[in-house]
Write a protein that binds this ligand. Structure first.
Ligand code: NAG
Ligand code: NAG
Length: 288
């Protein structure tokens, strides 16, 4: 019965996909006027000053889906700033899938931090450099979450895959708690940049990051979701239901390998000091 539960939940939610509209799909949750919807709903800017950061969240909660957003990060001296795009459930034993962008001094590279929590357990960090300047133009960041795996993508290039191996290794995987999308810009200069050594230069405030083309193809928790014969699916998600079973093809695996070889700067799986009793079980299996 426990094994059937995720399937039942899939059948209980509606497939949802439409072009981006921050008015319709998001709500600004904090920042007291520092978050602004722009371009008639197509874009949203967050700002941070020495009093407060800001943030927004999706109106709906989803149980699986593909979540894309374009983002232009804080330019120039972004030291101490953290810009986020993540999914999270609520309450104890929560699930979470994270993209966090740690700012840096002018001319120094951003760090892209990723993590997965399932049933309250995280500690699965991988960090990357990017192959472009993420503050000079919009780039697309995506989280694909289906019952088999989580894929993190940058401009459609897979940078990380976290497989559901719960049945094999016992490593928890998020399958049953609906998650909301959260985005924020906040200050963490006690740890974010070069381990907290480089502080935020508040004379450069306000710091601004802009999000655009918020696009969700997913299952809205609590409604009807479904089979291919569901007319909603045909009209709203016609070509966009690949996420339900998407994995990596040979090309995807090659690109993932390229990123994992050239751009990874931290991998919890390689951090033997942190796991003196042996690296986590899921790390022992093939990474690709
Ligand atoms: C924030 O910055 C402004 C302008 O630089 C300054 O006047 C103010 O005292 C600062 N406030 C805090 C809480 O640091
Ligand atoms: C900032 O730049 C330094 C020097 O290039 C680098 O070591 C560090 O990882 C970068 N990122 C952060 C978030 O500190």
């Amino acid at each position: 019965m426990a094994k059937l539960l995720p399937l039942v939940l899939i059948l209980l939610c509606i497939s949802y996909s439409a072009s981006a509209d921050f008015y319709r799909d998001a709500e600004i949750t904090w920042g007291d006027g520092r978050a602004k919807i722009l371009e008639g709903g197509r874009a949203l800017s967050l700002s941070l000053d020495n009093y407060s950061g800001s943030g927004f969240q999706s109106k709906n909660e989803y149980l699986f889906g593909r979540f894309d957003i374009q983002l232009k990060l804080v330019p120039g001296n972004s030291a101490g700033t953290v810009t986020t795009f993540f999914l999270s459930s609520q309450g104890a034993g929560h699930d979470e899938i994270d993209f966090e962008f740690l700012g840096n001094a002018t001319g120094e590279p951003y760090t892209v931090h990723t993590n997965v929590y399932a049933k309250g357990k995280g500690d699965k960090e991988q960090q990357f450099r990017l192959w472009f300047d993420p503050s000079s133009a919009y780039h697309t960041y995506s989280i694909l979450w289906n019952p088999q795996r989580i894929i993190f993508l940058v401009d459609n290039i897979p940078i990380r895959v976290f497989n559901n191996e719960e049945a094999i290794t016992g490593t928890p995987f998020p399958t049953s708690q609906p998650m909301r999308v959260y985005c924020s810009l906040w200050n963490a200069d006690d740890w974010a940049t070069q381990g907290g050594r480089v502080k935020t230069d508040w004379t450069k405030a306000p710091f601004v990051a802009t999000y655009r083309n918020f696009n969700i193809n997913g299952c809205v928790a609590g409604s009807q979701c479904g089979s291919g014969s569901d007319s909603k699916l045909k009209t709203e998600g016609a070509n966009n239901n690949n996420w339900r079973t998407q994995g990596l093809d040979a090309n995807g695996r090659n690109r993932l390998r390229w990123v994992q070889q050239k751009y990874i700067i931290y991998n919890y799986c390689s951090d033997s000091k942190r796991f003196p009793k042996g690296i986590p079980a899921e790390c022992k299996r093939s990474r690709f």
